[in-house]
Design a protein around this ligand. Structure first.
Ligand code: HEM
Length: 404
């Protein structure tokens, strides 16, 4: 599908709706959560949750994002130069999970005094693995789906087996929240809003499993590929470091600095163009329509290849060059005129767009104040079929500690 056609499909969001025929596959994990829900249920949940995903509200979690980044930098990189390159995707996936739990539940894995069942580092690793395996398994099933997939596909079986454990953990988190509330600790967050909405608990667990999964591999790999691209482009990395020195003056980032890091934001946008985190999206034509000269019958299923939009030579020059400067004139994270939609478009645009952006600014700024990413020459990403653009061999770069 040509980039211009894919763009048209995305923009005509009243005609091309989410491909409900994929519900059978997606519902395995996304239950009736925001990614697949529709009608009144969708409207109600979207209205309830959207107010928490505004830049203003997310910025309140910046101190948590900073603390999580510090904790994990110590755990993963140990403050010293390592003998080997690091799999930064592992670091960013753990960070994304912790950030989400702080943002949505005010739940900090490092400070769990009142949780019913103790959580170990192995449990957190398990959470990260189950969440990632959801995205991979569903992505594969979308292309290779058979009605008996859930019985014969070992990855799908693993997911079915492990989801109850995730739900059990969600139950513990809810009880933990309610216990604190009874002691007068009142917080206004996504969890509190969902608990007060009257949703049955199973639906609530499904909703959060959905949002965690939708934001996990996407944000984790996006940050990891950005580190990889910076390692491959030392000139760009130097400009980011210069900007950090100029704006932050050696201090840790605060919510007030976020909008001042304009070059870093261009790097993010170009990273999302270069490594399209959501490579394809299913859409369904809800009535007969024309796409250019092609007649599309009602009920047609389409797969939109995002890469074709991001590498469309009619829109972008030097498409294979990593050039953040091309985004100096595109201020937002989307651009309808350029056909740049890493977070999709219209009513079903990604709810976590600002969350992904703000936590990535915090993490990358902190890492780049301490380390320089250096390319591991022998590393080539082995991309795999998934809902998000993930790899089977991590994302490897060297982290060289900067001199004081
Ligand atoms: C770089 C990071 C991310 C990228 C590239 C991304 C991309 C996307 C895209 C393309 C869609 C549209 C899917 C469709 O129309 O079928 C989407 C939807 C969604 N995303 Fe993200 N996403 C990212 C991060 C996040 C985060 C951090 C969260 C939440 C914490 C999140 C939650 C969601 C949800 C709930 C939806 C469904 C929205 C709806 O249908 O109304 N995403 N995302």
């Amino acid at each position: 599908m040509k980039g211009s056609i894919a763009r048209e499909v995305l923009i005509k969001s009243d005609v091309f709706v989410k491909g409900w025929q994929f519900d059978r596959v997606l519902d395995n994990i996304f239950k009736n959560g925001l990614v697949t829900s529709k009608g009144e249920r969708y409207k109600k949940d979207k209205a309830l949750l959207s107010k928490y995903f505004t830049p203003k509200n997310i910025k309140q979690s910046v101190p948590d994002f900073i603390r999580n980044t510090k904790v994990l930098m110590d755990k993963h990189f140990d403050g010293s130069e390592k003998e080997a390159s690091q799999d930064v995707s592992n670091f960013f996936l753990h960070l994304t999970l912790r950030n989400f739990f702080c943002f949505a539940f005010n739940f900090d894995f490092e400070n769990l005094t009142e949780l019913k069942n103790e959580i170990t580092d192995a449990d957190i690793d398990h959470l990260v693995n189950v969440t990632s395996s959801g995205s991979k398994t569903i992505g594969q099933a979308m292309f290779l789906d058979l009605p008996i997939n859930s019985l014969i596909n070992p990855a799908m079986r693993y997911l079915h087996q492990e989801l109850p454990r995730l739900y059990k953990f969600m139950e513990d988190v809810c009880e933990w929240h309610l216990k604190r509330e009874a002691r007068g600790i009142i917080v206004d967050n996504c969890l509190d809003a969902m608990l007060k909405s009257g949703h049955p608990r199973e639906e609530l667990y499904g909703q959060f499993t959905t949002i965690i999964s939708a934001g996990h591999d996407t944000t984790g790999y996006f940050q990891a590929y950005t580190a990889l691209l910076l390692a491959k482009h030392p000139d760009v990395q130097k400009r980011v470091k210069d900007e950090l020195r100029e704006v932050l003056k050696g201090e840790t980032i605060t919510e007030d600095n976020i909008n001042q890091l304009t070059y870093l934001q261009c790097v993010f946008k170009e990273s999302l163009r270069y490594y399209g985190i959501v490579p394809f999206l299913p859409r369904l034509a809800n009535r007969e329509t024309m796409l250019g000269k092609i007649r599309i019958p009602s009920n047609s299923n389409l797969i939109l290849a995002f890469t074709n939009m991001s590498f469309d030579e009619e829109v972008w020059s030097d498409v294979w060059t990593f050039n953040p400067d091309r985004f100096q004139e595109i201020p937002s994270l989307q651009s309808a005129s350029k056909g740049y939609f890493p977070f999709a478009y219209g009513q079903r645009v990604c709810i976590g767009m600002n969350m992904a952006n703000i936590q990535s600014i915090v993490a990358l700024s902190m890492l780049l104040q301490k380390y320089t990413f250096v390319e591991e020459k022998s590393y080539r990403p082995k991309f795999t079929l998934s809902l998000s653009l993930t790899t089977t061999n991590g994302v490897k770069v060297w982290l060289k500690q900067d001199e004081e």
